[in-house]
Each structure stands twice: as structure tokens, then as C-alpha cells.
Design a protein around this ligand. Structure first.
Ligand SMILES: [Zn+2]
Ligand SMILES: [Zn+2]
Length: 454
């Protein structure tokens, strides 16, 4: 992999060349575990970078916007390597503007959009068009992957060289697995020439065919066809073996099962270049939620058992799982408000990611805040981007949150165009107040905006 690029190398409205104004964030508890920082400071942002980290109250605020942040917590902004923006084709669910706004509202300074659109993003011209749109519409830096195979048909490889030249940040047939080991192997051989990471939705379509939820006690009780854990873990094992054999580099998406964590651990121990992610919903919920047949708990991979959830948490703790990604997957209510087995798979997740994990895992003492912050930033590097950090000279990618604020998910609506959240109506702790991407305020929470001195 070449040199890491700053997150702002992705396309967004801030790509317009206008210099970012100066900003002073005063008196926040600044927490960046990677930099070993946890203390009260003033942070000065100039020209898109963190100019200095000073004693609280010491920063010179001349000609800067001042954000009074006493009692609040400032952390490195998050990066989500796995979102669905649904454009082209399904702008009734989401588009670049609404999806990136949801990301900013969730504390994310950058996102990567999947390619399973209608039609799929499988040609250089598609990537170029999306990048142009992002420069007009995206509230935060937005990268685009292109498909591994033409039309996501799993047969013929997309033109990796042309896609890389057009600025695709990676390749993925997400939504579908790559069924053929031969096609997967060829993709890894081409990767040697173009060096784009390949992100994988791991599922053996034969094993999961017809399934709507995790195969286990709950599916048996409900009489619903299940998706077994080995559907995921056997494909992870296959692709790790292929990546090892071809000296390739893969990123495994949305781990859901304990067997999958074990497969990743074994591959990493064997020296395979593999990174992976887990979602907030798989870290906080289990298939017990499905007993009520509420389709907001239907996603692929499915929610699994408590033992699986514990294995994912342990993977986050140990670092076997590199990052938390949302797999933000907007759907219309028409596609969700139908019987469980017919409902579309997927949930939105950008606006609740931090609060869900903070409420269910950090507050009860299951995971350290530091670990969660590291994993929420861990999705940048697998795609060749610098991890957001709070240090002088670093790009200013910052999230200001109120860890004590309690709010009801969805009560004030969503920035996303869709509302299919599995956390709707839940009381959550931890509210994102401001997101700064490359030195620009990309999001400001409404109630907080009133209290900000100009
Ligand atoms: Zn997927
Ligand atoms: Zn996905």
C-alpha cells in the first residue's frame, strides 16, 4: 500500500479550494487514545489543520470562531468505510447529500459508499460522475468503491486499472458475495497491479439461501428459515486463504459470528493481510430482538446469538476487529412495513453509531471509551487514508460530543432520507454536537448552535 492520504483527499463540498476559517474550541476534555491525550485543552484550528493544542483558556481567539466547549468531550472524528448512499437509482431512499449529512450528524468526517446501486458502479465513468456529485453535495469527504465484477454478476472482473485511475478507493460487490473462488483469485491477482483494497460481503449463497434471520433457537421457535453462521465463516476462511496464497489484501465487512472472528484471528496469525469491521447493531443486539417480528431487526448478516455478540466485543477489545462500520442501509417504509420474511434487509446507522455503542457498551463498563474511539477511526487506513487524530499539524477532523446528554433516537427525525433504524425510540446517551471535517464545521446540532459564540 502506498502513502496514506488525508481524509479530505476524498471528494466533498470542501474540495472547492476556499480556505477554511480559523476555529478555537475552548475548554473541552480532549480524548485521543492513539496520541495518549486525555485532558482539558483549547484546540486551535487554522487552514484545515490543528494549529496548536494549548492550556485551557490560553488560546488566542483573534479572528477565529470560538466554540465554548466546557464540560464537553472532543475526540477524533469517526470514519465509516461502509455506507449505502443509494445513488444512482434509489434516491427515494438516500442520496449523497442526505447520506453525508447523516454521517456528519453522527460524528463522521468521512465515509465510503458501496457500489451496489442501480445500476452498479462498475465503470470509470460511473466513478467520475459520483465524484463530481460529491464535490457539489457531500457534507463530509466521501469515497466511492466500484464493483469487483461487472454488473455484480460475479463472472467477469471490472476494469480495475480504469477504476483506480478514475479515483475509486476500493472494490466491493457488497450486497452479494463473490461466489466463485476462481473469480476471487483473479481479482487478487489483478490487485497486485492496481493496489485497490477489496472489501468483501462474506456469505455462502448456497448455505444462506432462503434465510431471513440467524439460524438457531429463535428461528426454530418462529419457524423462519435461517442463515447459519458458517455461511459467513466458511467464506471468510476461503477468502483469507486465497488472499494469503496470492499475497493480496482484503477487508472483510460486517462480521456477525463468533466463527468469523476465529477465522480472522487465524488468518491474521498466519500473516494474511486482512482487516475487518463490525457494526454497532451486531455489537449491541441479538436474534432475541427478532421474536417480535419487527423488520427493523432484519439485516444481512443477521443479528446472531449472545455468544456471537460477546465474541465480536472481544474482537473489538483485542483489535482482531479493526473498526466499527455502520453498513448504513436506507430502505423505504414500503419495503420494511411488510411481513418479516418479505421485508428488505438492512438498517440505517450513521446517526446512532456512537451513542448506541457508548450507551450499551461503554457506560456499563464492557468496553473502554478509548477502545471504541480507536475502532470508530479504524476504517480509514484499510482504504489508504490517514486515521483522524488530534495532534498539531494533523488535519482537523474533530467531533465534539456531550457524553451526558440523553436523547431519544429518531424523536427529532433523521438527517437520512430513510428512517429504518433498529434503535428508533431508544433512549441513548452521548450526543454529537459538532463535527469538523478538514477544519470546516460540517455539522452543528440545532440546540447547541444557539449557545455558540460567533
Ligand atoms: Zn453486505
Ligand atoms: Zn453493506
Amino acid at each position: 500500500m502506498g502513502e496514506l492520504r488525508p481524509v479530505s483527499a476524498l471528494d466533498w463540498r470542501g474540495s472547492d479550494g476556499e480556505p477554511a476559517g480559523a476555529l478555537v474550541i475552548r475548554g473541552a476534555r480532549v480524548v485521543d487514545p492513539r496520541e495518549g491525550v486525555d485532558a482539558t485543552h483549547d484546540i486551535v484550528v487554522r487552514d484545515g489543520e490543528i494549529a496548536s493544542i494549548e492550556e485551557a483558556g490560553a488560546a488566542d481567539a483573534a479572528e477565529a470562531e470560538v466554540i465554548e466547549a466546557e464540560g464537553l468531550t472532543l475526540v477524533p472524528a469517526f470514519f465509516d468505510p461502509h455506507v449505502h448512499l443509494r445513488t444512482p437509482g434509489r434516491e427515494d431512499k438516500e442520496d449523497i447529500e442526505t447520506g453525508s449529512r447523516a454521517a456528519a450528524a453522527g460524528g463522521f468526517c468521512g465515509i465510503i459508499a458501496m457500489a451496489n446501486t442501480d445500476p452498479p458502479v462498475d465503470a470509470a465513468g460511473d466513478v467520475t460522475a459520483l465524484r463530481e456529485q460529491a464535490r457539489e453535495q457531500a457534507a463530509v469527504p466521501t469515497g466511492f468503491v466500484a464493483t469487483v465484477t461487472k454488473g455484480m454478476l460475479g463472472e467477469e472482473l471490472s476494469e480495475q486499472g480504469d477504476l483506480a485511475a478514475a479515483g475509486a478507493v476500493g472494490l466491493s460487490d457488497d450486497g452479494l458475495p463473490i461466489r466463485s473462488a476462481r473469480v476471487m483469485r483473479r481479482a487478487l491477482q489483478y490487485q497486485r497491479l492496481v493496489d485497490l483494497p477489496i472489501a468483501l460481503h462474506e456469505e455462502d449463497a448456497e448455505l444462506s439461501a432462503g434465510g431471513s434471520m440467524h439460524e438457531g433457537e429463535v428461528s426454530a421457535a418462529l419457524g423462519i428459515a435461517g442463515i447459519p453462521s458458517i455461511s459467513e465463516s466458511t467464506m471468510i476462511a476461503r477468502d483469507c486463504a486465497l488472499a494469503g496464497f496470492e499475497q493480496g489484501r482484503i477487508h472483510v465487512q460486517h462480521l456477525s459470528a463468533s466463527e468469523s472472528v476465529a477465522a480472522i484471528e487465524a488468518a491474521k496469525a498466519a500473516g494474511v493481510r486482512v482487516t475487518c469491521e463490525a457494526t454497532p447493531h451486531h455489537l449491541t443486539l441479538t436474534d432475541e430482538e427478532v421474536r417480535g417480528l419487527d423488520s427493523q431487526f432484519k439485516m444481512n448478516p443477521p443479528l446472531r446469538t449472545e455468544a456471537d455478540r460477546q465474541a465480536l466485543i472481544e474482537g473489538i477489545r483485542s483489535g482482531a476487529i479493526d473498526c466499527i462500520a455502520t453498513d448504513h442501509a436506507p430502505h423505504t417504509s414500503n419495503e420494511k412495513e411488510v411481513p418479516f420474511e418479505q421485508a428488505a434487509m438492512g438498517v440505517i446507522g450513521l446517526e446512532t453509531a456512537f451513542a448506541a455503542v457508548y450507551t450499551d457498551l461503554v457506560l456499563p463498563g464492557v468496553l473502554e471509551l478509548a477502545t471504541v474511539l480507536e475502532r470508530l477511526g479504524g476504517g480509514a487506513e484499510p482504504f489508504g487514508l490517514e486515521t483522524p487524530r488530534i495532534a498539531p499539524g494533523a488535519e482537523a477532523n474533530l467531533t465534539l460530543c456531550d457524553l451526558d446528554a440523553e436523547w431519544e433516537a429518531g424523536a427529532e427525525g433523521w438527517e437520512s432520507r430513510s428512517d429504518n433504524s433498529c434503535f428508533s425510540g431508544r433512549r441513548l446517551r452521548g450526543r454529537i454536537l459538532i463535527t469538523v471535517a478538514a477544519g470546516r464545521v460540517a455539522y452543528r446540532q440545532r440546540s447547541f448552535a444557539l449557545g455558540v459564540a460567533a
